[in-house]
Design a protein around this ligand. Structure first.
Ligand SMILES: *[C@@H]1O[C@H](CO)[C@@H](O)[C@H](O)[C@H]1NC(C)=O
Length: 348
């Protein structure tokens, strides 16, 4: 039997719950061909951590010859050159990066969080709650930094979970469609998100016409029938080609912040047709069929999972910047370069 067919279910099993958020982990691109070129949670987190580690090195070694990460090109980190230049292996830095990256995709697979809208900035009525949670967690993180016996492995996990929610803000809400040029500085810091939030009775989306060309329709059917997708289905991740929409200009509320509803979260936050809210969208989201039809997520660069796939790069670039800002904000708040250095794996 083909080795990939044996490995495939195992690999996918380890990723059960791919359902919410920026496409979860870059390992998925190795099994699911439509996801090639998508920037995943771990891709974005690693990119941001590399920049934070580089800045730390430059502050502490004054070496200007170190390979500077080209953050928005998503290249792998320059550990080799750093090691050659500084005579260190940077194994600890790499491990810290992996721990943070893993924790930043975990909320999509953790049964406790995967269908909870406040971990993913879903559902417009829960946007403030998601932010309140990030504020509370950030305050706890700052307290842990004060503890001389802090467990940094644990701390990276907590920070990684927060980074997940922070990153989802840019692919799940209409921040990008509002034509914002900078990350939202208030997230995880201020109870007020700094923009008006669409109230319950505000229609936030219009019905989207689905707008698939015959070739795109065929792509959706082919993917639905592919072996990889059949394995997903066996794990009850139901990709339905009828749920695939490409939507343009379907957000009505760009003066207000809004977000998508997702069928997997219907127990907590059901989409109610009378309110004409936006859906998350994509082949896994049955809520796209409820008025307003279609969706707005920018999680991936394929229309199969993201009705606003053409804004994926803008959303992921903004999410990387927000991730860097968040970590830099922690560093400034704790005012202790040694502790922060240990946290990002620059000191063992
Ligand atoms: C796919 O979705 C359509 C539209 O909601 C529905 O009629 C159909 O039964 C679904 N197909 C499957 C296999 O669930």
């Amino acid at each position: 039997m083909d080795r990939t067919l044996v490995l495939l279910p195992l690999l996918i099993l380890s990723l059960v719950g791919y359902c919410n958020g920026f496409a979860t982990t870059e390992y998925l691109a190795t099994v699911a061909y439509p996801l090639k070129g998508t920037r995943f949670h771990d891709t974005m987190t690693k990119t941001a951590i590399c920049k934070i580690q580089y800045d730390w090195l430059v502050r502490h070694t004054k070496l200007k010859t170190l390979k500077k990460p080209k953050t928005l090109l998503y290249e792998s980190c320059g550990y080799m050159q750093w090691g050659v230049t500084l005579g260190k292996t940077f194994l600890v830095a790499r491990i810290a990066m992996e721990e943070l990256a893993k924790a930043s995709f975990a909320p999509d697979v953790d049964p406790e969080t995967k269908n909870d809208p406040i971990h993913h900035f879903d559902s417009d009525l829960l946007l403030n709650k998601a932010n309140d949670r990030l504020i509370t967690v950030r305050n706890n993180i700052l307290k842990v930094f004060e503890d001389p016996n802090a467990d940094y492995v644990d701390l990276r996990k907590t920070v990684g979970y927060s980074l997940h929610t922070l990153q989802d803000f840019y692919s799940h809400t209409n921040w990008i469609e509002m034509k914002k040029k900078k990350p939202n500085w208030n997230i995880a810091r201020k109870a007020d998100l700094g923009v008006p939030i669409a109230p319950l009775d505000m229609a936030t989306c219009s019905d989207c016409k689905q707008d698939l060309t015959p070739e795109q329709k065929k792509d959706a059917d082919d993917w639905a029938n592919s072996i990889t997708n059949q394995v997903f289905e066996a794990l009850s991740m139901d990709f339905n080609a009828s749920n695939v929409f490409i939507c343009k200009d379907n957000i009505l509320a760009n003066g207000h912040l809004t977000s998508g509803y997702f069928s997997t979260e219907a127990k907590v936050a059901p989409k109610i047709s009378a309110y004409k809210k936006c859906s998350h969208g994509g082949g896994f989201d049955a809520s796209v069929q409820i008025t307003a039809r279609g969706g707005i997520n920018k999680d991936t660069n394929t229309f199969l999972y993201s009705p606003h796939y053409y804004l994926h790069n803008a959303a992921s670039d903004m999410a990387v910047r927000a991730t860097i800002d968040y970590l830099e904000g922690l560093r400034r708040a704790i005012k202790d370069e040694q502790k922060f250095g240990r946290f990002i794996g620059m000191i063992s």
